[in-house]
Design a protein around this ligand. Structure first.
Ligand code: ATP
Length: 191
């Protein structure tokens, strides 16, 4: 199968993420999209980052029963900090039957040249980029490995959702119902 890998901290997952994942899984030649939850970087402050397993759980809740999407914790087992090239190599070895494609926002394409072994990434993998308002794609958009898509834009972020939760505002409809339900229990992002 052709599988798109959508990396994120998903802190927490929101409908912006899910719209992209579903668009890529249904309006391109990808068979599936795996949402890869990035682990807590041990060197970074943990203040606003929920624990790995909470974020993974929320991704499971957000995906629900959509058979095209899958939550992946593959990076939890890899050395930290995780570099995309290492995760890609690991997945290639583990799943030789699949072809992996990288999904990234236009905001990230502009800084791809700063990533570890980015040339190796571009040599070995297709990158499906989705445009984001306000971000120029830069010259890598012309690279033969890069394909550009235009899903409907949605201007929300996990930062905004955390701020709402911290200040007691409702995040209903900004996250899937099951995620909202879980967040309402009040254990995450409140202090
Ligand atoms: P934060 O606000 O905490 O930085 P985020 O909402 O941007 O979080 P991430 O987990 O960092 O979420 O996002 C994973 C990927 O999803 C990133 O590449 C990010 O650019 C992209 N993304 C996040 N929100 C949206 C959105 N509303 N529309 C399209 N892409 C998004």
């Amino acid at each position: 199968m052709k599988i798109g890998l959508f990396f994120g901290s998903f802190n927490p997952i929101h409908i912006g993420h899910l719209i992209i994942a579903n668009y890529m899984a249904t309006q391109t030649d990808l068979d599936r999209v795996w949402m890869v939850v990035s682990p807590q970087n041990p060197l970074k402050p943990k203040k606003t980052l929920a624990r790995d397993h909470d974020r993974l759980h929320l991704v499971h809740l957000g995906i629900g029963d959509n058979p095209k999407l899958k939550a992946s914790d593959v990076e939890f087992q890899l050395p930290k900090p995780s570099y995309t090239i290492d995760t890609l190599s690991f997945l290639n070895e583990k799943y030789p039957e699949h072809q992996f494609v990288l999904i990234m926002g236009g905001d990230n394409l502009g800084s791809l040249h700063l990533w570890k072994n980015y040339e190796q990434i571009l040599a070995g993998y297709d990158i499906y980029v989705y445009k984001r308002p306000g971000y120029e794609l830069g010259e890598l958009a012309q690279h033969p490995r890069v394909r550009v898509f235009e899903p409907p834009p949605l201007d929300i972020s996990a930062t905004y959702i955390r701020e709402c939760l911290q200040t007691g505002k409702s995040v209903r409809y900004l996250v899937p119902e099951a995620v909202w339900d879980y967040l309402e229990t009040g254990k995450l992002y409140r202090q």
